[in-house]
Design a protein around this ligand. Structure first.
Ligand code: GRF
Length: 222
């Protein structure tokens, strides 16, 4: 039987990527289950979607905390309370401190709507159109200290069409995100995707098969 890793998904908005992960995790042989959907915004539309899908939800409202670290301590505690082993950021719009990133090193992935390292940060689609690139896409990566950096788990490309606006391009990329993120989470949760460090650089190696359970031990988070 497949070992299902417990995943906490952090959102800030509509949560369509979150919904794609929840849908993928319905398959019995998917190597992850969604243990928690947590939002930093009480009004995030994704919370109702998650609850309707029967997934536990929580709100950790960043505005209720005096500083970024106090917010993150509460966010971390919510993850631990739900026995989360792996964090997926899915449209989560808060910058994370080194403390949170170190706490989840190699156990936290993010999706960004560009072919990183091109166009990190906000307004990616408008910037891609302004540059005149002919391919756009999305990237799932392990989270590192600098925003939208980290070893790449997977990418999907889509064409940029001459009539595109930031909105039409975003919609095409978002459809690709919904296909890419579940595949990448499966690779990470099964242990097939692992960070390899060599000569001061790091990258993700994808194994053909998952490792045996005894070779794939994750530290507990507390
Ligand atoms: C997605 O494009 C995601 O890559 C970006 O914000 C958007 C969130 O969409 N970071 P959703 O909340 O998953 O619908």
């Amino acid at each position: 039987m497949v070992r299902r890793r417990r995943v906490g998904i952090a959102i800030s908005g509509g949560g369509s990527n979150m919904a794609a992960l929840v849908a993928a995790a319905r398959a019995a042989d998917y190597p992850a289950e969604v243990a928690l959907v947590v939002s930093n915004r009480p009004d995030a539309g994704g919370l109702a979607k998650a609850a309707a899908a029967g997934v536990p939800t929580a709100v950790v409202d960043h505005k209720a905390f005096g500083d970024r670290q106090a917010f993150e301590i509460a966010l971390h505690a919510e993850m631990v309370r739900h026995d989360v082993e792996l964090v997926c950021l899915a449209g989560f719009m808060r910058l994370l401190t080194p403390w949170f990133i170190e706490s989840w090193m190699d156990r936290m992935i993010n999706i960004h709507p560009s072919l990183l390292p091109a166009f990190p940060g906000l307004h990616t689609h408008a910037r891609a159109l302004a540059e005149g690139v002919k391919l756009a896409g999305c990237t799932v990566h392990f989270v590192r200290h600098a925003m939208d950096t980290g070893p790449v788990v997977g990418q999907a490309a889509v064409p940029v069409l001459s009539a595109d606006t930031p909105e039409t391009l975003a919609a095409r990329v978002l459809a690709a995100e919904h296909r890419l993120y579940p595949r990448c989470l499966a690779l990470v949760a099964s242990g097939r995707a692992a960070v390899v460090r060599e000569g001061g650089t790091e990258r993700v190696a994808i194994a053909a098969e998952p490792p045996p359970p005894e070779a794939f031990v994750w530290p507990s988070r507390d």
